[in-house]
Design a protein around this ligand. Structure first.
Ligand SMILES: Cc1cc2nc3c(=O)[nH]c(=O)nc-3n(C[C@H](O)[C@H](O)[C@H](O)COP(=O)(O)OP(=O)(O)OC[C@H]3O[C@@H](n4cnc5c(N)ncnc54)[C@H](O)[C@@H]3O)c2cc1C
Length: 415
């Protein structure tokens, strides 16, 4: 007979680990197992493009919890196994090696796989993505013999990797197809600031750069050919162009969704006893005006996992956490609160030349998000402005001498 767990978690990443932690914290006494396709115990993904890539932190220090934690909490770790199908009626999953595992409730926490670039040369040696520990270990192995690196994609992960590699003395070119970096996630002022920072650190940031294909010799990358014919020489290429949510087995089983698996405010999918959390979960987010979105952040994975643990332990509370995110590049710590997408006004607080400033994003005069660079106070105090969608005087918002917390007290929230 197949092994059965009361709660089976698929995906041993941030969301999966936090779901098990939160269940045990809430005194859930049933059996729990986590199945993960990677061989490792759950580890933190953000250091992969930061201090782990820089070889400043060994792998043991990025484990979410030590092995003893899982043993003591009686959370079975079924690592190195990929779930390929789900049987919602029979309450079971099947792994790639044909093993069937039963569940009472299933939590789908599979994140996403790095999006592959669809051009000739994508599979050459020396072409990497940055999603797993194995990806970064492969990259690190090649670094000693690499001098030139091309990074395709000017999003957070690509820029963080570029910053680490520039600091390691590599010649780095960032190839961004749009007319600014971070275009998907930040306003123009922040994009221009980061472009200038990278250039000041010797990174060649190319905007409007359309990759035609990746060039190679004897199975190894030698450069990136751009539309127009220019070849950017590179012994290593890092592709940072986003993820594809890993939801196929669940969608094939009939779960509703599209670019992800759809969940309600308690993380429930359309299938009975199946929840989903984290990067793969398409949810109506109150900070995106209720639009169905996927958020790719540790905060979202952890908070959704806690929401699901609450639903399973009979104390449901809907998901309404304020989104937050961080990014480290050089000596710059960016902290973001809220979602700036759809803003109609950007207000600068402080001087970017001082390398400590914030940008406040407004929509119809209400504060919807802040990007804070080396500006922890604004980040901490700005959260209340975002949470209450506060209408604040734009001149006072722009005055870095006025603490943001004083603006919360001065104004009233819309609802
Ligand atoms: C390089 C990098 C840097 C980042 N930096 C930041 C940052 O600075 N701040 C921030 O907030 N966020 C950051 N993120 C995003 C953050 O790491 C993710 O949002 C978070 O990991 C999402 O958690 P998750 O549990 O949804 O997915 P993951 O942590 O990706 O875990 C999913 C796990 O499920 C496994 N899996 C997938 N399919 C299957 C299957 N069929 N069967 C079994 N297992 C499966 C995957 O292999 C993976 O191990 C970064 C991400 C990366 C890759």
């Amino acid at each position: 007979m197949a092994t059965r767990y009361d709660v089976l978690i698929v995906g041993a990443g941030h969301g999966g680990a936090q779901a098990a932690i939160a269940l045990r914290q809430r005194k859930f006494a049933g059996t729990i197992a986590i199945i993960g396709e990677e061989p490792e115990l759950p580890y933190e993904r953000p250091p992969l493009s930061k201090d782990y890539l820089a070889q400043e932190k060994p792998f043991e220090r990025i484990l979410i919890r030590p092995e003893s934690f899982w043993v003591e909490r009686e959370v079975a770790m079924l690592t190195g196994r990929r779930v390929v199908s789900v049987d919602p009626e029979g309450h079971g999953v099947t792994t790639a090696d044909g093993e069937t595992i039963g569940y009472g409730q299933l939590i789908w926490a599979t994140g996403g796989h790095a999006r592959r670039i669809a051009c000739e040369g994508h599979d050459l040696g020396g072409v990497h993505s940055v999603r797993t520990r194995a990806d970064v270990d492969r990259m690190v192995e090649e670094l000693a013999t690499t001098t030139r690196v091309a990074v395709i994609g000017g999003g957070y992960i690509g820029l963080e990797a570029a910053a680490v590699l520039a600091r390691l003395g590599k010649t780095v070119t960032v190839l961004e197809a749009l007319d600014r970096v971070l275009a998907r996630v930040a306003g123009e002022a922040l994009s221009r600031f980061y472009e200038a920072e990278h250039r000041a650190h010797g990174v060649d940031v190319r905007l409007g750069a359309r990759v035609e294909h990746i060039e190679g010799e004897d199975g190894r990358v030698t450069g990136v050919r751009l539309a127009g014919g220019e070849i950017v020489p590179a012994g290593m290429v890092i592709v940072g162009i986003g993820i594809v949510p890993a939801v196929e087995p669940l969608r094939v089983a009939g779960a509703e969704g599209g670019n992800g698996v759809a969940v309600d405010e308690h993380g429930r999918t359309s299938l009975p006893d199946i929840f989903a959390v984290g990067d793969c979960a398409l949810h109506a987010n109150p900070f995106a005006e209720g639009m169905p979105i996927r958020l790719e952040s540790v905060q979202n994975a952890n908070d959704m996992a806690t929401v699901v643990a609450r639903a399973i332990t009979g104390e449901p509370e809907p998901y309404h956490a304020v989104p937050w995110f961080w990014s480290n590049q050089y000596d710059l710590r960016l902290q973001t609160v809220g979602l700036s997408v759809g803003h109609d006004q950007e207000i600068l607080r402080g001087d970017p030349a001082s390398r400590a400033f914030s940008i406040v994003y407004l929509k119809q005069n209400r504060v919807i998000a802040l990007d804070c660079v080396n500006s922890v106070k604004d980040y901490v105090q700005g959260r209340a402005l975002v949470n209450g969608r506060i209408v604040a005087d734009s001149r006072r918002l722009a005055d870095a001498a006025v603490p943001l917390k004083s603006l919360v007290a001065e104004t009233t929230s819309p609802d």
